[in-house]
Design a protein. Structure first.
Length: 152
């Protein structure tokens, strides 16, 4: 009698665990909320400055020493190299890393932090690189690859 009750309780527990674990959330498959891009294009007043696609570029940002660049805007590239508008920066902010921050820095206007518009500010003559990220829930959905920056 005790064995029958125990086996039924175990069956119910195992069945409950199986049903609970079968939800629509699949942590290993990509969320549909992730931003998909293969590259970036940087513009100054509609003029292309730099393009990077799948982490490869032949371009360089040129930054004036002791001054800032003009306003730089970003577009993204699809796998077919078609331009894509950036995502909402409040949900998916722009971030970056600079290899040598003593050479150059990124400036964004107050209230536009994380947006897809910025200036580069030349601190001292030299060459470094910058890599951009689209962040989503604390991790990068996209990374550009390293782009050379020359301050002169």
């Amino acid at each position: 009698m005790f064995t029958k009750i125990l086996s039924r309780v175990l069956f119910v527990i195992i069945l409950s665990i199986g049903l609970i674990s079968c939800s629509k959330d699949e942590p290993l498959s990509p969320s549909e909320d992730h931003f998909e891009a293969e590259g970036m294009v940087f513009y100054d007043s509609g003029i292309k400055l730099v393009e990077i696609f799948r982490g490869v570029t032949q371009d360089t940002f040129f930054v004036p020493l002791g001054n800032m660049t003009s306003h730089i805007e970003i577009k993204f590239l699809s796998p077919e190299k078609k331009e894509i508008d950036p995502p909402d920066y409040k949900k998916k902010p722009l971030s970056w890393t600079i290899s040598d921050t003593s050479i150059v820095s990124v400036y964004q206007h107050t209230g536009e932090e994380g947006s897809y518009e910025f200036h580069l500010q030349g601190k001292k003559t030299g060459v470094t690189d910058i890599e951009f990220f689209v962040l989503h829930e604390g991790h990068p959905d996209f990374r550009s690859g390293k782009i050379p920056v020359k301050v002169r």
